[in-house]
Design a protein around this ligand. Structure first.
Ligand code: GLN
Length: 466
């Protein structure tokens, strides 16, 4: 168990981490038999909870209280853990800074000495969840990762951030941003805690049709890295040539090299260059698909069923219908931009040239990843699976450079700011498990990436690298 509620409140005042804090959190189960007994956690404010509002850091949902708990929340309760509050995020999880939400920016605790807007961004969109862990307010936190939202803020705050295989943890009760990419992720400073949280949540759920079935889970071959058979064996680590990006900072390049050299010197790995050509197109592919799905998912916020509704005297129904004013005032600029982009991708003008093309590139990317990994993608039948490169794992940077200041980031061209996601998005499109591990100094981290379904291999590998 970490900080007490008085400490949490005072830290929160300074860093703006929580959108709500529980006044009387249920004490964690002290029993040694509870898998997560004696632990506390914080959860991103896009997971439905009955005890407080679920706002997605948006004015649109500011007053909304869910009548049910997300599956993740129920499972963590059952495991004996105690939730202390909901964390700040980019509005509807769209962003990588945690400055775009209705409740203002969360500050990055790694740079506490900097003043106001000279403060660095904490990363996003699960920035509040990352800061809560970095400041030792909780043992772990839950975020959502659609294109990097757990891995990027984890990297910027020097902690572990794990995005499991798509479909491994139930999304029931996670407010949909882009349902074919949304995953539930875990952040912690301690790999054992992270592992235990993942095992408590790694279950099929009939309420989420995209959650992997029991039979698929059973078909996943688990290779113990520390088993007798593997003792003294070197792991084949692939380095995709497409990650040699012009934008990679010198410090990232040199830490990447140092990490690989260290692992090679300890006889743990052999390094192989590999190629995944479609990685080059991952960023525009992602932004086409996620905006398309978001435009559809966010159409439900019309001020009629729930959430914010504009007051009668605030709207001129001669100019526009009430629900349009509600959406214009309820959503922030980035969310509106993405709804417009997504509508274009799904319209008769953009469907073939944008949406279908992006869907095709995503398929190619998945095929290319299948070619390089030794393990079988658990969604591909055995008879269709063939690997050419046979690598166990990839090791690539989580981000291209250190976090910019809030001031610089706010002035940045929007499309340029999407560049911060370039390292994390390929795994999201392919649904691969990836953990960002802190390495190389402040706000630097590297992703260990495994084949679809090989979550435990990724976590075990992280332990070896630790
Ligand atoms: N930055 C990416 C986006 O804005 C990823 C966000 C996320 O993973 N939720 O879409």
């Amino acid at each position: 168990m970490k900080a007490n509620i008085t400490q949490v409140r005072s830290v929160n005042k300074r860093f703006n981490i929580f959108t709500s804090l529980r006044t009387n959190p249920t004490p964690p189960d002290p029993s040694p038999y509870a898998p997560l007994g004696n632990t506390t956690y914080a959860i991103k404010d896009n997971f439905a909870t009955r005890k407080e509002p679920t706002t997605c850091s948006s004015k649109m949902l500011e007053p909304y209280i869910s009548p049910f708990d997300a599956t993740v929340v129920t499972l963590l309760d059952q495991s004996g853990s105690s939730c202390i509050g909901k964390t700040n995020m980019d509005e509807f999880a769209m962003g990588n800074s945690t400055i775009s939400g209705h409740f203002g920016p969360t500050l990055n605790p790694v740079y506490p000495q900097a003043q106001d807007l000279e403060q660095r961004i904490v990363g996003g969109s699960s920035g509040g969840s990352a800061a809560a862990v970095a400041l030792d307010l909780v043992d772990y936190s839950i975020g959502s990762d659609t294109g990097g939202s757990v891995r990027l803020p984890a990297c910027y705050t020097n902690i572990y951030g794990f995005k499991p295989t798509y479909g491994r943890i139930s999304r029931w009760g996670l407010v949909a941003y882009s349902q074919s990419l949304d995953t539930v992720g875990v952040m912690s400073k301690d790999l054992n805690t992270l592992w235990k949280v993942f095992t408590s949540l790694d279950l099929s759920d009939s309420k989420d049709p995209s959650c992997l079935s029991d039979s698929t889970r059973e078909s996943i071959a688990i290779e113990r890295l520390n088993s007798k058979k593997n003792v003294g064996k070197k792991f084949k680590v692939g380095i995709p040539v497409e990650y040699q990006l012009a934008e990679l900072g010198d410090d990232v390049k040199s830490s990447w090299k140092t990490l690989l050299n260290k692992l090679q010197a300890s006889k743990l790995i052999e390094v192989y260059p590999v190629s995944v050509p479609s990685i080059k197109y991952a960023l525009p592919t992602y932004y086409t698909l996620c905006t398309a799905e978001a435009s559809s998912n966010l159409s439900r916020y019309d001020g009629i069923r729930y959430g914010y509704r504009v007051k009668e005297d605030e709207c001129n129904t001669k100019i526009e219908p009430e629900f349009i004013t509600t959406r214009n005032l309820g959503f922030g600029a980035e969310v509106r931009r993405r709804i417009i982009l997504g509508n274009y991708a799904l319209s008769s003008y953009g469907y073939d040239s944008h949406f279908m093309k992006a869907t095709g590139v995503r398929g190619m990317l998945i095929d290319e990843f299948n070619q390089i990994f030794k393990d079988r993608n658990c969604l591909v039948q055995k008879k269709h699976f063939q690997s050419t490169a046979g690598v166990d794992m990839l090791i690539v940077p989580t981000t291209v450079s250190e976090p910019p200041s809030i001031k610089d980031f706010s002035k940045m061209d929007t499309v340029k700011s999407y560049m911060n996601d370039v390292c994390t998005i390929p795994m999201s499109l392919a649904g691969l498990p990836a953990i960002s591990i802190p390495y190389g100094g402040n706000s630097m981290g590297f992703q260990l990436v495994g084949q679809h379904g090989q979550d435990y291999k990724v976590l075990e590998f992280a332990r070896l690298v630790e």
